[in-house]
Design a protein around this ligand. Sequence first.
Ligand code: FAD
Length: 616
Amino acid sequence: MSAPEPPPTDPFLDFFPTHERHADAVARLLALLGPLDPDGDGPFGGRRARERDERDEFVADAVDAFRRAGLFEVVVPPADGGLADLPLIYQAGGLLSSRDLSVAIALGVVALATFPLRLAGTRDQRAHWFGRVRAGDLAAVGFSEWAHGSDLAANATTARRVSDAPDAPYRLDGEKSLINNGTEAAFALVIARTGERVPETDPDARRLNAATQSFFVIDLRSDGVRPVPRFKTHGVRGADISGFRLDGVLVPPDRRVGSEGQGFRIGRRTLEISRGGVSGFAAGQAVLALRLGCRHARERRLYGGPIVALEPVIAALVRAYVEVEVMSALALKTAHVGMYAPLSSRDLTCCAKLHVPDAAFRTIADLGLVLGARGYLRDRPFERLVRDARLLPIFDGTAHIQEGEVVAAAARPAPPGAAVAARDPIASIRAYRTAWRPDADLLRADKLDWPLGRAVEVAALHAACPDLGLAPLAAGRRVLERLLERALAGAPVTALDGTDRGRLASLAARTSAVAALGERAAFDLAGGGAGAVPEARRAALRRAAAGAGLEALALAAALAPEAADSIVDPEDRRSVLAGAADARAPAVEGPLRAAVRAFDAAPERQNLRNRDAPAP
Ligand SMILES: Cc1cc2nc3c(=O)[nH]c(=O)nc-3n(C[C@H](O)[C@H](O)[C@H](O)COP(=O)(O)OP(=O)(O)OC[C@H]3O[C@@H](n4cnc5c(N)ncnc54)[C@H](O)[C@@H]3O)c2cc1C
């Protein structure tokens, strides 16, 4: 094992800040949150989170503290005088959810509400509504209706002009539920139908009904708005999950966002961008679970020593550590791609939305076992994590929906810029960082394109950084591509058997996640991070790359037993198996175990090391 070095502790503190004000905002946020203390009493402490959860109490104290600290500017776009680039939003989301997911989603939905305005709002609309956000108004987003759920095109809320006069208001009627901040929010972005609804018996109903949806911003204190009472939820009990009824609410035309009929497209775009942020929430929860698992393993004594000495316990902690690294790398990459190429980032945001909540949930369950009965008791911090984490695969497009998107994305040819990455992937990552302009709203200016093609990205990284141990991942990726080619054979994704689709999608999303960790390590190597890859991160990458390769081999054997030999090249098989053997070697295990032991003890700010680093 090589020389000791500070392990990556909380990967959310290890996000590279995109600009000086970003680093300042994170420092202010950390000062407000205080240390990650599962027993803390402040509004962001674990004890308060448990109290609110137990009483179904809205997280008003935490929202107030956030407001008083002037941190709502974290969700206002830079072009409007705020700080809201996506890496900062994700990082803030991760840090908040490592304290309490209810707080994270109450504040996170304010960021979500800004996206339709960023995509299609006028200058005046932005000035007015972002001004209200900066002043601390909570916002909501009303996509969902009880009867229609994921089928947004079928939504029935109507918006009809009251007369033909050009300044005639719209009259909105309908009900939105379940809506986060549905009662507490001061305003909401809602989707409503400005044209006639086509009956579902019409074969073209979906397309036609989507084309008559429009977006509005509504003041929730207007006449005719009535709250839908809060739902009693399984988790996130500190959040306000409710809704609102609109009975003849008059909305002036300057509160329509975008043109009539553009609502569905704006909504889809919004979700394609925002769903990636759920990965930040999920990874933040896994960070808290790991902290609790490590602490318990150190403190709980059995058979005359701490349980961290028991092999299955340390193995579970090591697995969790690796997964947290992978999750946060994908969240980080998704945030950066989303910032520089938001409108073309959808191939990655679906992977992040599918993989990270699932990985976080499994990690939390795994760590729950380390806590034994103490992970099951209501007056302890752990069990809330299990309930809260169940939400993340549901909203912003369910995991089932993401499966279809991931398979379609993985089957699309690599984007044209891939050749650039093949030459120098690290340079291209750098280029994105330097291209950030604080005065631009990149959600609008979709000028840059993310050049890292999926297959090429892994191969290029491997070529650039052979010692990172990415060969098994690259081999697994080739197996996956052959499987996809074979499974689809020119047919649309919807033609796939549901189980096959799910298995292919989860492998594709995981492969993207591990590649993201590879990029992060390569970026570190190139001097963009600390100038070296922390030993524990390198070990986590080797483990994860070998795991993804093995999963690809297993899937090939399961899905196409008769053709597995033609799908799996002998060299690839060798590379995956050798990588797996290597990943179990003491050279990999040692740093991981050391990192896990240090995780709980390390000072929280240790990895804010980039704070004062000069821009590249
Ligand atoms: C705590 C919480 C907060 C929420 N906050 C908000 C909010 O702020 N704003 C808002 O607008 N909504 C919000 N929602 C609603 C949420 O977005 C919906 O619950 C979600 O869209 C799924 O709808 P549904 O529950 O009606 O399930 P359904 O749409 O009825 O789905 C039922 C099943 O069908 C599957 N399915 C549906 N469509 C497809 C498809 N195309 N392909 C494959 N499988 C599919 C689903 O995965 C699921 O298994 C919230 C929900 C919760 C629980």
